[in-house]
Structure formats: structure tokens, C-alpha cells
Design a protein around this ligand. Structure first.
Ligand code: ADP
Ligand code: MG
Length: 302
């Protein structure tokens, strides 16, 4: 009752995202409504498990604020739906790259400084989750990296999907584009942070070229899709439009052998990261870029 709906933003596998206003304070936020599917018919069990989900999700609320992570406000339950309330951003990287490569702009090229900023923010965000909250993201892809007209790049949807009820969790990767690293698809050992590094590499190749690097796979059976990622060479960025340093950096994320792939610490020490991290005017550059790609959005006064 405290939320006023301001319209639909987007839809994913688990539910819909709307722009909503928290009436007591006037604050705008993004609210993701996820249907909780229970395997059990027992109401008592469902209520207990919802309570548990709520407690667990609320526990991952950021204790320390991080500029590279979408702020999490909390969850509430409403008629069997779980409402996840979070910071409202202006667009996902998916929307941005589709606009950049699309018919209106046709740039055929993604701004290289913005790429640098995306890399730095994603790596910082992943590092914050890991070191401060002991969370591994597990779902890095263009729609889970959000941008705003103030030039900020932030990660969202970490952890939360892992808390959803079993039946949802098991179907989550079927029919989806595989951003997952080869070692994940082969179900080797425990989850390594370097699997997220791979997913970031796939994401960066996709935004550079305007296409998912393995091609469209919607009708492909699951085993075929896994085989493609596991058996084929990594889908490296080969586009000569991009400068050598950008290409080298992105392709280093896509080293197939997990033990040879850099981890977050190594990435944060590399020249490409340090250069963009120290670039004074980068946030302003990204802000101008977002406003050019999405002229309808306005920066939030800071
Ligand atoms: P997916 O990430 O698979 O697209 P989601 O349900 O997570 O599915 O999100 C649906 C869409 O809603 C996203 O693609 C994104 O464009 C938009 N979205 C999600 N979270 C936010 C947010 N915090 N601010 C603005 N837009 C968002
Ligand atoms: Mg998402």
C-alpha cells in the first residue's frame, strides 16, 4: 500500500520489474516481482519457507555501500509474489548496446572509454561482493549490469536468484543464453570467482560486436548448447575496430582453462584496469555517453 506504480520497466525469466514510488518519502525505486513457486501444497510450509527466504534475502542487504552495486532496499511478500525493492537505474547494458548498434544510431562500435569504465565497475563490484559480503554473483550478463545518466555502472541481481525456491532454481538456465564458463557447464568443483570473470568476457564481446558471441541459441537443445561452450574455442573479440589494449584485456577474461584465467586481484593490478580506474574524467564521459544513447533520460541531481 505504500508503493505507487509508475509503470513497467522490463521482464525477465522470473518476473517483472516496475518503476515504483515509496509514498512516505517520495523515493523512486525499481521493484522486481518474482512469483514464488512452492513444490509443496502445505500452507504452513510455504509460509515458513517464505519467511526464511525473506530473512535470507534481507541478510544480503548491503551493510557497506558500494558505488558499483545497485543498492538493495529490502523485500516484501504480496499474495505469493516476492517484491525485491532496489535502486532505480536508467538502463541495462543490454538496452544500451542494442541502441548503440541499432538502426537509430548505427555506431557499429562501442565507446572504448565506456568499455573501460564497465570493466572497472564490474570488477570492483564483484570484488566488493566477494570480500565484503562473501557473495559470488553467478549471473553476470548485459541485463544485470545497469547504467545511469550520472555515469555510474552497477551490478544487480547477485545472490538473490540463488535464494528462490528449488523449482525455479532448476529451470533457470534452460533456454537461456549461456554466459556460463565451460567449467560451470561441466559442473566441476565449487564455484570459482573466475567463472564470473568469463561471464564478464562474454558480456564485453557481446556489447562490442552487438551480438551474443555464440549466435542465437533459443531453439538449441541444452546438451548442444553446453557442447558448444565446452568444446569450441573461446569466442574471442577479433574485431579490428577496437584497439589492441582493449582487445587484449577482453580476451584475457576468456581464457578457457579456469586455472589460467586471471582472478579479480590480478585484474585489478593490470595496466588496463589501473589506467581506466585512475582516469579523472571517466564518470563524466560515461554520463555524456548515456545521455547521447538515451536522450530521454535525465541525470538525477546529486
Ligand atoms: P533479466 O535480467 O534477465 O533481463 P530481470 O527480471 O532481472 O531479467 O530484469 C528485467 C529488466 O528490468 C532488465 O533487463 C532491466 O532492463 C530492467 N531492470 C532490472 N533492474 C532494474 C533497476 N534496478 N533499474 C532499472 N531497470 C532495471
Ligand atoms: Mg536481471
Amino acid at each position: 500500500a505504500d508503493l505507487k506504480d509508475h509503470g513497467f520497466i522490463g521482464e525477465g525469466m522470473y518476473g517483472k520489474v516496475n518503476k515504483m514510488q515509496f509514498k512516505p518519502t517520495g523515493k523512486m525505486m525499481a521493484v522486481k516481482r518474482v512469483r514464488i513457486i512452492s513444490n509443496r501444497n502445505d500452507d504452513h510450509d510455504t509460509n515458513t519457507s517464505m519467511k526464511q527466504v525473506k530473512n535470507e534475502i534481507n541478510a544480503i542487504r548491503s551493510a557497506s555501500k558500494c558505488d558499483e552495486i545497485v543498492q538493495f532496499y529490502g523485500v516484501t511478500f504480496n499474495e505469493g509474489d516476492c517484491w525485491v525493492c532496489m535502486e532505480l537505474m536508467d538502463a541495462s547494458l543490454e538496452q544500451i548496446y542494442i541502441a548503440v548498434h541499432g538502426p537509430a544510431l548505427q555506431w557499429n562500435f562501442f565507446d572504448e572509454l565506456v568499455l573501460g569504465s564497465i570493466a572497472v565497475s564490474a570488477i570492483r563490484g564483484l570484488d566488493h561482493l566477494k570480500t565484503q559480503q562473501n557473495i559470488i554473483h553467478r549471473d553476470v550478463k548485459p541485463s544485470n549490469i545497469l547504467m545511469n545518466a550520472n555515469g555510474r555502472v552497477k551490478l544487480c541481481d547477485f545472490g538473490i536468484s540463488g535464494y528462490l525456491v528449488d523449482s525455479v532454481a532448476h529451470t533457470r538456465d534452460v533456454g537461456c543464453r549461456p554466459y556460463m564458463a565451460p567449467e560451470r557447464l561441466q559442473a566441476q568443483a565449487s564455484y570459482d570467482i573466475r567463472s564470473d570473470v568469463w561471464s564478464l568476457g562474454i558480456t564485453m564481446v557481446e556489447i562490442c560486436t552487438g551480438k551474443f558471441p555464440y549466435g542465437e541459441m533459443f531453439d538449441m537443445p541444452l546438451f548442444k548448447l553446453i557442447e558448444t561452450v565446452v568444446d569450441h574455442d573461446a569466442p574471442l573479440l577479433l574485431d579490428t575496430n577496437y584497439n589492441f589494449k582493449t582487445t587484449m584485456f577482453i580476451n584475457s577474461l576468456l581464457i578457457k582453462e579456469v586455472n589460467e584465467r586471471p582472478d579479480l586481484k590480478q585484474l585489478m593490478e593490470c595496466e588496463y584496469f589501473v589506467y581506466h580506474d585512475e582516469l579523472q574524467s571517466l564518470q563524466e564521459h560515461v554520463a555524456n555517453f548515456v545521455q547521447k544513447v538515451l536522450p530521454e533520460v535525465e541525470p538525477i541531481p546529486q
